[in-house]
Design a protein around this ligand. Structure first.
Ligand SMILES: C[S@@+](CC[C@H](N)C(=O)[O-])C[C@H]1O[C@@H](n2cnc3c(N)ncnc32)[C@H](O)[C@@H]1O
Length: 251
């Protein structure tokens, strides 16, 4: 039976790797890397560096595949995500069918943790349900960007006994959030923190967490929102891409 390991590698710092992930890395014959274009080369390099650093006495190889892109612009968001996941499913099927033999073990190196805003598990479940490939798989958890953010700002995510909501910039901008007093926002391409009315809300913002390019800003929205927008724009321009996450805490 083919075996797949979905390995959470943490969100940026190679030291975020867990001992369980190191053991898993050392079982893998072939790593499937999804290439997201030139701007994300650094993310591919980090995966190679992790293998280099943690795999001892074992031959392994990489197979890089072009990651399908979501259609942007004037299209329904949900439809474009469904189409993207279908395209990814076909790519994964091809890799599993053509790039490994029955006795082999393949690894997907998932940024952060595979359970948080990542489609790898969902896609593998869909492939199994379709019956087009047969394999077993395991998931190895990793340190998420949310944990990295909290650690770097030295702040707990929740207030005592209270809830946390994790959401997307898109939902924040559309007002589709609960009244949880701690809100973590990911995948925000539009500076959606500007939509928050209460300017006394505290923001703990982090970009490129755990990497040498890391940037941290915190303060009341009324005082730092414009600074975050400025810093974010400049960093995005300098690096060609940005990954940022923030915690919003009601006053
Ligand atoms: C597709 S999600 C993947 C999340 C990932 N599975 C995790 O556990 O953090 C990508 C989003 O995660 C956040 N993110 C991931 N890595 C980050 C980092 N090193 N610094 C800041 N934000 C990060 C950003 O909000 C980014 O838009």
């Amino acid at each position: 039976m083919k075996k797949l390991l979905v390995i959470g590698i943490g969100a940026g710092n190679p030291d975020y790797i867990t001992m369980q992930a190191v053991k898993a890395l050392n079982l893998v014959d072939v790593f499937f890397l999804m290439d997201k274009g030139q701007s994300k080369d650094k993310l591919i390099d980090l995966r190679r560096e992790i293998c280099d650093r943690y795999i001892t006495d074992r031959a392994y190889r990489f197979v890089q595949a072009q990651s399908p892109e979501r259609e942007r612009g004037d299209v329904d968001y949900k439809t474009s995500v469904d189409d993207l996941n279908l395209a990814k499913q076909l790519t994964f099927e091809r890799l599993i069918n053509e790039e490994m033999t029955d006795e082999q073990c393949a690894g997907f190196l998932v940024w952060g943790d595979p359970a948080l805003y990542d489609s790898t598990i969902r896609i593998l479940q869909a492939i199994l349900a379709s019956g087009r490939c047969v394999f077993e798989f395991e998931v190895i958890p990793g340190i998420t960007s949310v944990q990295a953010l909290a650690a770097r700002h030295k702040v707990p995510l929740n207030r005592i006994g209270r809830s946390i909501e994790i959401t997307t910039g898109r939902r924040l901008a559309a007002g589709q959030v609960s009244d949880a007093d701690s809100l973590v926002v990911m995948l925000d391409a539009e500076d959606s923190y500007h939509q928050v009315a209460d300017q006394d809300t505290e923001i703990y913002w982090g970009a490129y967490l755990g990497t040498p390019d890391e940037i941290l800003v915190r303060g009341k929205l009324g005082e730092v929102a414009d600074e975050i927008e400025r810093v974010r724009k400049a960093a995005r321009l300098a690096n060609g891409w940005i990954m940022d996450t923030y915690l919003l805490r009601k006053p």
